[in-house]
Design a protein around this ligand. Structure first.
Ligand code: B3K
Ligand code: ZN
Length: 882
């Protein structure tokens, strides 16, 4: 294979920019096929940079340069040099004004980076390096400029013209086009630039800030969607208030705008004053969106809003610092959602996601630190490690400091770095200074990849009442980091007595016993030993309470101890975790030996939990949910896809038949006539009720089947409809499955005109465990509503199959792998970011048996052979094969 390997960008090569841009004026004459972009940049040599050869190098891709002048004089061809991905202007003075005019074609832009067409509108996505597809620029986050933008367009096609900042007037041109001006007073990096043009309607509200400024809030949507913005608007207002109360952060512009678009590579984008959203994270009514969708909207709306301070006012020096804004902002949105709903449930959801997505990443070929050292394509590093592990790293610091000192430290951060582009190290320095602690060793969390494993052993000396705990930490090696150093790990420990009460954790050397409850132990050495005094009886250790650090914990719990913690631990998170470990043990034992029966003690523990009428239904639903097939696979040396699927179905059926009466009782208790109640309590009841229903149907329970059908027919809200439909489709008997098919057809008829609901229709089929699913997915590629150029649709069909249906995707005949290989090769020329994301399940090939390994490798090798592969796909495939 002959291919020039794409260049690697390294953190160690960072150099400050040679030039700075103070002001930018942009004028876009908008047209779907050919937009003209006039830019005027006020440049000055950066005093902090080492002097280069005097040339100015600007990034630019897919641009047709039509004119260029410096300080008002047109340049001759000898005075500049045009390359594929940049423009060199020779010998520019220390201060100058550069004017360029380029032409771009938004309609051809299927990569959805830069300016592109979505339906009838024009919109932009610039993070990370999309601005260079709009004009020649220093497209790097440490160049922060004030932007003035003029948008010129035909008012009939594009009546709404939006950009960042504040509105700054408009006029009608002689030719009838409209010209709208925007000014953003806050200097910002180019990745935060945005424009939107289209025939949109605004849903309006208003927020009065703490200092009394009334801010108009607008959510722009395509006509017909005005009635689906209520929840997003309420979430925004709550987020604005919360950021004032919790962090003292007030909104800073005169207006705040959000636009929902149908074609979007990710969830949303925090452009200054003009957040652009995937419609999925804005549009919702109870008939069209599930409870999970509503929660997603609340979290993402808040996340993008919070970026206004953590990301926009203070931004990243370079893309290696991405977690500076993402880890911190995820931590902030997690805490916001915890405050809006149930803190305990939110923590469980977040940890489940971390374990399902980040732990595998950390042990796979793409493993990288929270602050990566190098990349080929930065878009490949918007990962669970940078986001979710990054949030855990911020959470540990917040917990080490405690609420008051953490607030002091974040105040210091905002004060010191406002208006600057900084590093994760700058953030940690504020935590140290504001919190008055030493985080030298803690910093390794940013530079060292891999999930630390904690091996715990203990013993108890009844004669002296002493309990000893020994903890060894070990981080497995990751690509490029063979040796690991010990980390500073906060380990939250509780000791539970035989009655289920917390004991005081009195460390040797302390004269006074503390109040009973959780203690945070600091692990710093490879092995740490703790002696705890005054234990009248042998305690059951409750380790890593609240998931105090993103580590894998190993302690030889007996099944009795797990059942005991599941029932009695004062820490809700560890009650859930004990239940998960218990279920995992049962399931893995059944995989190992097909004759293993479901232990009666396991069903007893479930029964006891179901009978606890005082339990929070949402929390109970989490406790009673079996670990996913993907997660179980991660726990095996060689993933046994078929075995895992078989036993998970069998255990669900055993729960359904063994606990039918209890499940029925809970189902009845959780049903309500209030189909549209969106309170967290109502959502929790639905989650629990639908889980019970799924167990009953899995067991073929006649009453359960009838209830599922009735629930589907009732169409009370999308959560109940989807849950019922899923259980019907997965029902073990042919007759019910046929009824499920009929329901599916009815669902299509009803929702054919609602793209977001149709995505659910595609995904349900792609995730079906029926043996003919691949054939069906292949047929659905031909469905008139399927489109390779809509990322949501691609994720709903191809993504849901490859990442959400392990047993069918990993079919031993390799059909799933060939299918995915074909799709990636089709998608790569259209949208490399999406193609690269879809690859993920195949990067895990080393975890499977020889036959599957060989077939996945064959697909990866086949992809790598292809000429003209994007950097995105090249990087993931080549690293996976290394
Ligand atoms: N900052 C954006 C992600 C941009 C992804 C570019 N490939 C969304 C967010 O994290 O808020
Ligand atoms: Zn973000």
């Amino acid at each position: 294979m002959y291919r020039t390997t794409p260049p690697v960008t390294r953190l160690s090569d960072y150099q400050p920019p040679e030039f700075l841009i103070d002001d930018v004026s942009l004028r876009l004459e908008l047209d779907a096929e050919q937009t003209a972009v006039d830019a005027e940049l006020s440049l000055r040599r950066n005093p902090a940079a080492t002097r280069g050869n005097g040339d100015l190098r600007l990034d630019g891709e897919h641009l047709a340069l039509e004119a260029i002048s410096l300080n008002g004089r047109a340049l001759t061809p000898a005075e500049y040099q045009l390359e594929d991905d940049h423009l060199l202007v020779h010998r520019v003075p220390d201060r100058c004004r550069l004017q360029t005019r380029v032409r771009i074609n938004p309609a051809e832009n299927t990569a959805l980076e830069g300016l592109y067409v979505s339906g009838g509108m024009l919109c932009t996505q610039c993070e990370a390096e999309g601005f260079r597809r709009i004009t020649y620029f220093l497209d790097r986050p440490d160049v922060m400029a004030r932007f003035r933008v003029s948008l010129v367009a035909d008012p009939a096609r594009y009546p709404v013209l939006l950009s960042n900042g504040n509105p700054a007037g408009e006029e009608t041109l002689a030719d009838g086009r409209r010209c709208v001006h925007w000014e953003d007073p806050f200097p910002k990096p180019s990745y935060l630039f945005a424009i939107v043009a289209g025939d949109l309607v605004a849903v309006e509200d208003r927020f009065t800030t703490a200092s009394g400024r009334a801010i108009p809030l607008c959510i722009y949507v395509e006509p017909g969607n005005e009635d689906k913005c209520d929840h997003a608007m309420r979430s925004l207002i709550k987020a604005m208030r919360w950021d004032e109360e919790r962090y003292g952060r007030e909104y800073d512009l005169d207006v705040f705008n959000i636009v929902a678009v149908s074609h979007f590579n990710m969830g949303a984008m925090e452009n200054k004053g003009l957040n652009v959203f995937n419609a999925k994270y804005i549009l919702a009514r109870p008939e069209t969106a599930t409870d999970a969708d509503f929660a997603g909207i609340e979290g993402v709306v808040a996340h993008e809003y919070f970026h206004n301070w953590t990301g926009n006012r203070i931004t990243c020096r370079d893309w290696f610092q991405l977690s500076l804004k993402e880890g911190l902002t995820v931590y902030r949105d997690q805490e916001f959602s915890a405050d809006m709903g149930s803190r305990g449930v939110k923590r469980i959801e977040d940890v489940r996601l971390l374990r399902a997505r980040q732990f595998p990443e950390d042990s796979g070929p793409m493993a990288h630190p929270v602050r990566p050292d190098s990349y080929i394509e930065i878009n490949n590093f918007y990962t669970a490690t940078v986001y979710e592990k990054g949030a855990e790293v911020v959470r540990m610091q917040a917990n080490l400091l405690g609420p008051e000192r953490f607030r002091k430290a974040t105040d210091l951060y905002f004060e010191r770095f406002d208006g600057q582009a900084v590093t994760t190290d700058d953030f940690v320095a504020c935590m140290e200074e504001g919190g008055g602690i030493d985080l030298t060793q803690f910093r390794r969390w940013y530079s060292q990849a891999g999930t630390p494993q904690l091996d715990c052993e203990d013993d108890y000396d009844a004669a002296t009442g002493t309990y000893r705990l020994e903890v060894r930490q070990h981080t497995p090696s990751t690509p490029g980091q063979p040796e690991k150093q010990p980390l500073h790990i906060p380990l939250a420990l509780g000791l539970v007595d035989a009655e289920g009460r917390d004991m005081p954790v009195q460390l040797a050397g302390e004269s006074q016993p503390p109040a009973p409850g959780t203690r945070i132990l600091a692990l710093r050495q490879p092995v740490e030993r703790f002696e705890i005094l005054g234990c009248a009886t042998r305690p059951v250790p409750s380790l890593l309470r609240g998931f105090s650090a993103p580590v894998q914990l190993c302690y030889p719990y007996t099944e009795e101890q797990l059942s005991f913690l599941m029932a009695h631990d004062s820490d809700g998170f560890n009650r859930w975790d004990a239940a998960q470990t218990l279920a995992q043990r049962v399931l893995l034992a059944m995989v190992d030996d097909a004759t293993t029966a479901v232990p009666a003690s396991f069903l007893d523990a479930f029964r006891e939990a179901l009978q606890d009428e005082t339990a929070d239904p949402a929390l109970l639903a989490e406790v009673l949910t079996l670990p996913s097939e993907g997660y179980l696979g991660e726990q095996m040396t060689v993933v046994d896809v078929d075995g895992i699927h078989r036993v998970r179905q069998a255990l669900a059926a055993a729960i359904g038949s063994g606990l039918a009466a209890e499940l029925q009782a809970v189902y009845a208790r959780t049903r309500s006539e209030e189909g549209f109640d969106l309170s967290h309590a109502a959502m929790g009841r639905r989650a629990l009720g639908n889980l019970c229903l799924a167990y009953l149907v899995r067991a073929g329970d006649a009453q359960g089947l009838e209830q599922a059908q009735r629930q589907f027919d009732g169409q009370a809200n999308m959560t109940d409809v989807i849950a019922a439909l899923r259980t019907l489709l997965e029902a073990p008997d042919a007759e019910t499955a046929a009824a499920g098919e009929q329901a599916l057809a009815g669902f299509y008829e009803r929702w054919a005109d609602e793209p977001l609901v149709l995505d659910k229709w595609f995904a349900l089929q792609a995730q079906s465990s029926r043996p003919d699913t691949l054939a069906r997915v292949e047929r659905l590629l031909e469905h008139p509503a399927f489109s390779l150029t809509n990322p949501n649709r691609v994720r709903a069909l191809i993504g849901a199959f490859a990442s959400g249906n392990p047993v069918r995707f990993h079919a031993a005949d390799g059909g799933g792998y060939r299918f995915l290989g074909d799709r990636i090769l089709e998608l790569d020329p259209l949208n490399p970011q999406i193609a690269s994301r879809l690859l993920y399940p195949m990067t895990r090939w080393r975890r499977y048996d020889a036959g599957r390994q060989q077939q996945m490798r064959a697909q990866l090798e086949r992809i790598l052979e292809v000429e003209g592969l994007s950097n995105d796909v090249y990087e993931v495939v080549s690293k996976s094969l290394e």
